[in-house]
Design a protein around this ligand. Structure first.
Ligand SMILES: C[S@@+](CC[C@H](N)C(=O)[O-])C[C@H]1O[C@@H](n2cnc3c(N)ncnc32)[C@H](O)[C@@H]1O
Length: 214
């Protein structure tokens, strides 16, 4: 997500600083100190953008602990400001590149992982940057609990078909695969993201799958 540098960044970040995820000296997220409901499920969104999805997820799951990761600081700041405005108390935000996800999250800590409209990186030479590349799937395996689930959606059919293969090759079981989420029964509980609103308004169909390790 590209955007112009934000004015007053320091002041704005200071106002929402309590929403930053607390980390220990090794830059590992300290789950216990971040959330009041320590024994609840931990949901992770990678690439949260401006926060439309994660704030609604928070509203629908007030008891869950939610971690939102975004590598672009100004975009993350907008998500944090949205969470602050909406009074979300169960989201912690992290300005990190998910390349390191298994370094900043404890092993077997995540119950649900959401990948919404991940950058498609269409050129083959950039394939390893895709959030569903084999490299990333191996990182996720380390942080996912045994019964965890990954929820993936994208307008990009190339990325979707690529991901169907990479998930299978990494021994994930796939469920609820669909090529038109908004016309399917899975749409009932769907939370629209910013990109999703935009792309579906332009007539693009939304592809969706769930993946888990058996
Ligand atoms: C196409 S946007 C989608 C934003 C949002 N999920 C949505 O659906 O509206 C992808 C977002 O993922 C972020 N992103 C991409 N790769 C990332 C990575 N390796 N680590 C963290 N964030 C990443 C980008 O900065 C961008 O904000």
């Amino acid at each position: 997500m590209r955007m112009r540098p934000k004015k007053n960044r320091e002041i704005r970040l200071e106002k929402v600083s309590s929403l930053f995820a607390k980390t220990n000296e090794n830059k590992m997220v300290n789950i216990i100190s971040n959330f009041e409901n320590k024994n609840q499920k931990l949901f992770l969104e990678i690439g949260c953008g401006k926060g439309a999805f994660v704030t609604e997820l928070s509203r629908r799951n007030p008891d869950a602990c939610i971690l939102a990761v975004e590598r672009v600081q100004d975009v993350l700041m907008m998500a944090m400001e949205k969470a602050e405005r909406e009074g979300c108390t169960n989201i912690a935000f992290l300005n990190e590149n998910a390349d390191n996800v298994d370094a900043f999250l404890p092993p077997k800590s995540i119950d649900r992982l959401y990948l919404n409209f991940s950058d498609p990186w269409p050129r083959k030479k950039n394939a390893k940057r895709r959030l569903t590349s084999p490299l990333f799937l191996e990182r996720y395996k380390k942080i996912l609990k045994d019964d965890a689930r990954i929820y993936f959606k994208t307008d990009n059919i190339g990325l979707f078909e690529y991901s169907l293969e990479t998930f299978k090759e990494a021994n994930f079981i796939l469920e609820n695969i669909c090529y038109d989420l908004h016309s399917s029964e899975m749409n009932e509980n769907n939370i629209m993201t910013e990109y999703e609103k935009n792309f579906s308004a332009q007539g693009f169909k939304i592809n969706y799958l769930e993946a888990f390790l058996g």
